[in-house]
Design a protein around this ligand. Structure first.
Ligand SMILES: Cc1cc2nc3c(=O)[nH]c(=O)nc-3n(C[C@H](O)[C@H](O)[C@H](O)COP(=O)(O)OP(=O)(O)OC[C@H]3O[C@@H](n4cnc5c(N)ncnc54)[C@H](O)[C@@H]3O)c2cc1C
Length: 452
């Protein structure tokens, strides 16, 4: 049947590519990239377009997680701050119940500006938890647990997951043909590029990419410690970059047997030139370096995961859409992790795109119609540009030890700390409630909650 449709669709088209083994279903959407954003995108589309929509995710790395979401938390080195708006999306998509037990609410956040050896780090700015309707402005969620939950839900929702790369695409008679690395071709209404910072599809479409590498890398690990964190997050601005301490659930640490029952995630931004030296240190010496930055408030510490470093970069696509193509997540924007917003921006892309496509389809147009895509681009552009510029500016302002700059920024932080209105504005931004909030991220009313 699928092959019959393919032949009909191609009949009489001069520019058509040779379809060796084609599949062509009407209404089909192909997502290139099955990372956190790609999988969330598939679920958001299914939610907004209905059970009969046909959504494929192609990624050579998409694979059945070896553990459940709760078990994937064990030993995971990387975790993300998931903003309140993103949590609402994950709840609506049916993903949150699987990660709720490993999601740690952030109750408040303390910002300091100091040097590594400073004995005292005065708090220049504090944010207490008071998101909309009393919900925490963010939760810390291990990436591996989030991936496992998204994958499981994708299977439940009959999303087609294919462990293969997208090689290229070609427009064919008002649709798009997707060429996979295994020789298969899929005819679709729309292709969504969720294929990360080095997006092949973005490059092939000539959408433009402004980028630079930061002279920094982010060292990431999970840490166990003796005293509870009480849900508090710290961001210590040190001369080589921010050192963030983010609370994790105690689940696994409670079994450790050495009294270090509590856990936090660290994102240690360090000069790129120093990274290899730090990572080559014997484990005890590396732990000493971490302690010097972590501080002593939480008592004795131990590593709870491997320690990994990630290069940090800035990247922004000039356009987010072209004919029958939309970019989401890091294929569209890569920002400094100083504010923990990269994934949150990607999830908002996904929720917005799903709304735009659903509206287009409701009008009787197909999912790849230009009207939905241009609405998506307009809706996302200004927020993404503002967040990319803000995170870049913050990193430049704080990652140095220049005395006049230090004085000016500390004065600025102190002033903001005394302005509750401005602080609320920042919290709202961190929670993901600024700008246009797509339907999947809006507050639940009683009816909606019953429908989940
Ligand atoms: C140190 C650090 C800390 C961070 N902390 C936070 C945080 O606290 N909160 C937050 O919101 N964000 C945070 N981020 C950002 C966040 O991790 C990323 O924005 C997010 O993971 C990007 O997801 P993605 O799915 O867009 O891209 P990726 O994770 O890069 O996924 C892209 C996928 O595409 C696949 N792919 C590539 N090419 C192809 C192809 N040709 N065909 C098919 N598939 C392809 C790849 O295999 C991959 O699976 C942090 C980032 C760093 C570096």
């Amino acid at each position: 049947m699928a092959m019959r449709q393919a032949s009909a669709a191609f009949a009489g088209i001069r520019t058509m590519p040779k379809i060796a083994s084609g599949r062509a279903e009407r209404g089909k959407i192909v997502i290139a990239g099955g990372g956190l954003v790609g999988l969330a995108c598939a679920l958001a589309l299914k939610h907004q377009l209905g059970a009969r929509s046909i959504i494929s995710v192609c990624d050579p790395r998409v694979e059945q997680p070896t553990a459940s979401a709760a078990a994937a938390d064990h030993g995971a080195h990387r975790a993300s701050a998931v903003a309140a708006a993103s949590r609402r999306l994950l709840q609506r998509l049916g993903v949150w119940p699987d990660i709720a037990d490993v999601a740690q609410p952030i109750s408040d956040m303390v910002i300091t500006d100091s040097r590594v050896g400073d004995a005292v780090r005065p708090a220049f700015l504090t944010f207490a938890h008071d998101g909309e309707a009393g919900e925490p402005f963010a939760h810390m969620v291990p990436d591996a647990a989030l991936y496992a939950a998204l994958y499981k839900r994708a299977i439940d929702q009959e999303i087609i997951l294919e462990s293969v790369a997208v090689k290229r695409t070609e427009l064919v008679d008002g649709r798009v043909c997707v060429f996979l690395a295994n020789g298969t071709q899929i005819l679709a209404d729309l292709v969504i590029a969720a294929d990360g910072a080095r997006s092949r599809l973005r490059e092939a479409a000539g959408l433009g990419w402004i980028s630079w590498a930061y002279p920094q890398a982010g060292i990431v690990a999970a840490i166990r410690h003796a005293r509870p964190h009480l849900g508090r997050a710290y961001e210590h601005f040190l001369p080589s970059g921010p050192f963030a301490i983010l609370p994790l659930t105690d689940a696994r640490a409670a079994d450790a047997g050495d009294g270090l029952k509590h856990r936090s995630s660290i994102v240690w931004t360090e000069k790129k030139s120093e990274i290899d030296t730090f990572l080559a240190l014997p484990k005890d010496d590396l732990l000493t370096e971490i302690s010097r930055r972590f501080g002593f408030e939480r008592g004795e510490i131990a590593l709870d995961s491997e320690v990994r470093a990630y290069p940090l970069a800035f990247g922004l696509a000039r356009r987010f859409v072209s004919e029958r193509l939309a970019l989401v997540g890091e294929a569209a924007h890569v920002i400094h992790p100083i504010a923990g917003q990269g994934l949150n921006l990607g999830l908002k892309d996904v929720a917005t795109l799903a709304d735009c496509i659903a509206n287009t389809v409701r009008l009787g147009l197909d999912a790849g119609d230009v009207s939905g895509l241009s609405t998506y681009e307009t809706a996302r552009r200004s927020e993404i540009v503002a967040m990319a510029a803000a995170t870049d500016g913050l990193n430049r302002l704080f990652s140095n030890d220049v005395t006049p700059l230090r004085l000016a920024r500390d004065l600025g932080l102190g002033l903001v700390d005394r302005m509750p209105g401005l602080k609320r504005l920042f919290m709202n931004e961190a929670a993901g409630f600024s700008g246009d909030v797509p339907a999947l991220m809006r507050p639940f009313d009683r009816e909606a909650v019953r429908g989940i």
